[in-house]
Design a protein around this ligand. Structure first.
Ligand code: ADP
Ligand code: MG
Length: 555
């Protein structure tokens, strides 16, 4: 028999609770969304066990969530008939062992992350359960596991550092009941109308009935199975927020239903904001996979390749077997077909989105960094080339975005190649001596600011018939052959005297002596006019910045 008694929360959990208990988030009502979402997860898991034919306790219990409130006593209860928890599961899930996200959440809170986004993070960090302490002075959780013959347990805590676990005698049905003793200033959460309203706003799409004081409060609807033309934009937005706990509407929605080669429906969203702040330790999210409306796996990361993982949503198939194990999903041939078809559809959707330049620019600013890593997806290479964007010498400022098609469409007569150059910033590239000749000839140069850009250029190699070429590797003779563009009057560079020219060989020799092993050669340049000198790489294959990356990777 596992131990009953008093336990301490782990340090990170205590810190987290401290933040939540003392928080004055305006949006404290989200605690209900978190508790309901846990209840719904527990029901999903139970249904999954059921579909596999596992033996479960109280098999006739309806799968539902019931919410009751007592305004006088300032008490709220949320009960589910899901899979419940054993003693050890309680300790593991809501006790001493903190989720990986907990410490990150505490860090984000300590860094003073904007209040608004902190509320957003509560869901994303997987610290949902503890958010109940934003409104509770005491919480009691009674639970019995679905496994036949398990003992029922009571967990209680005031959220101040310790919790108590004790066995419950007498009859307890399968599932979990959470009793919230509300703080005095939030007794409105014991009001049935308020509760119904919150459920409708945050939990409308929970796929199990939610009964508030015996009446159903949610509309129970698998929106992704509805015919597209019957779904209103508000419903999509509502579902998106329900799914992601985001507070903004989605930037774009892809709703699709496919019959061959595999039947599936998918409802995917592009979020407005990319919340994967580097270094914040937020785990990459995935798609929720359903088989005939039964949730098989949350956050599946195999259906879409990583570079498309900015997309959130659900996939539901009639054709996959219900008893499929999560371990073998990855090798499942049908799932791979779904994945291929879905990736194609995502590309088509992005092509459509690209027609709206402003919206696509928004998309690119948030998710372009990740999308660019799609250069390795050779099946999509042509479409990928149409969708990447760069800043260029022709852009008005560093925010300007250029497609390869736009570049190709305005190439100079006689120009065959598309030129690019890497640098830390637009300012640096505008002063780059390698690009002087290009400026003089009016040749557009794509500006690459991130390491991945150059890998992408290398992988693509060509756009239509045009080679993608690093400016520093371009043949100066080819470029010189193009006529100069007319430029505003510039002061003449003073002519160089014959004596000075005669001194060149000595000067070059002296420079080489001083620079020694650091350079292979110092030679006179015919291509520079405004800049005194520039560095060139001897090899044909790697640009200077690529060498820098390779050196950094080799460390
Ligand atoms: P998350 O839902 O992201 O895992 P939470 O803090 O919301 O994080 O919940 C922590 C864990 O506690 C859940 O993963 C689950 O294992 C357990 N849990 C919470 N509520 C319930 C419930 N109603 N029934 C069964 N398990 C629950
Ligand atoms: Mg949760």
């Amino acid at each position: 028999q596992p131990a009953a008694g008093d336990f301490s929360f782990k340090a990170e959990v205590r810190q987290l609770l401290d933040i939540l208990v003392h928080s004055l988030y305006t949006n404290r009502e989200i605690f209900l969304r978190e508790l309901v979402s846990n209840a719904s997860d527990a029901l999903d898991k139970l249904r999954f066990e059921q579909s596999k034919g596992a033996e479960i306790a109280d098999p006739d219990l309806e799968l539902a969530i019931s919410i009751e409130a007592d305004k006088d006593k300032k008490i709220l209860t949320i009960a589910d008939t899901g899979l419940g928890m054993t003693h050890d599961e309680i300790v593991a899930n809501i006790g001493t062992i903190a989720h990986s996200g907990t410490a990150d959440f505490v860090k984000a809170a300590a860094q003073g992350t904007e209040k608004k986004s902190l509320e957003n993070f509560i869901g994303r960090f997987g610290v949902g359960f503890y958010s109940v302490f934003m409104v509770a002075k005491e919480v009691e959780l009674v639970t019995r596991s679905y496994k036949p013959g398990e003992q029922a347990w009571r967990w209680t805590s005031d959220g101040l550092g310790t919790y108590r676990i004790e066995p419950v005698e007498g009859e307890v049905k399968r599932g979990t009941t959470i009793t919230v003793h509300l703080k005095d200033d939030v007794d409105k959460y014991a009001d049935v109308h308020t509760l119904r309203d919150i459920i409708r706003r945050h939990s409308n799409f929970v796929t199990f009935p939610i009964l508030v004081a015996g009446e159903r409060a949610n509309t129970v609807q698998a929106l992704w199975r509805e015919p597209k033309f019957e779904v209103k934009p508000e419903q999509y937005a509502e579902f998106y927020k329900f799914l992601t706990h985001d507070i903004d509407d989605p930037l774009d929605t892809l709703h699709t239903s496919v019959d061959a080669p595999v039947q599936f429906s998918a409802l995917l969203f592009v979020p407005q904001k990319n919340y994967d702040v580097p270094g914040m330790g937020l785990e990459r999210k995935g798609l929720d996979l359903y088989v005939r409306r039964v949730l098989i796996q949350k956050d599946n990361k195999d259906i879409l390749p990583e570079y498309l993982s900015f997309l959130r949503g659900v996939v539901d198939s009639e054709d996959l077997p219900l008893n499929i194990s999560r371990e073998t999903l990855q090798e499942n041939v049908l799932l791979r077909k779904i994945s291929q078809t879905l990736v194609k559809q995502v590309y088509s959707e992005l092509e459509r989105l690209a027609n709206d330049k402003d919206k696509y620019a928004e998309f690119w600013r948030e998710h372009g960094k990740l999308f660019k890593f799609g250069y390795g997806d050779y099946l999509q290479r042509d479409k990928y080339a149409e969708l990447v964007r760069f800043n260029s010498s022709a852009s008005e400022d560093a925010d300007g975005l250029v497609s390869l098609a736009e570049y190709a469409g305005r190439m100079r007569e006689g120009q065959k190649e598309i030129y690019y150059a890497s640098g830390p910033s637009r300012e640096a590239l505008q002063l780059n001596p390698h690009l002087e000749l290009f400026r003089r000839k009016g040749l557009e140069v794509l500006y690459l600011y991130e390491p991945v850009d150059e890998f992408a250029m290398d992988a693509l190699g060509k756009y239509k018939d045009h080679d993608l070429k690093a400016a520093e590797h371009a043949d100066p003779a080819v470029i010189e052959a193009l006529p100069d563009v007319e430029q505003a009057e510039k002061p003449e560079t003073p002519a160089i005297s014959d004596e000075e020219v005669a001194a060149f060989p000595d000067l070059l020799k002296r420079m080489k002596e001083i620079l020694g092993e650091r350079v292979t050669e110092v030679r006179e340049s015919k291509r520079l006019k405004d800049s005194p000198a520039c560095l060139v790489t001897p090899g044909e294959h790697m640009t200077a910045s690529m060498q820098k990356i390779m050196r950094a990777m080799a460390k």
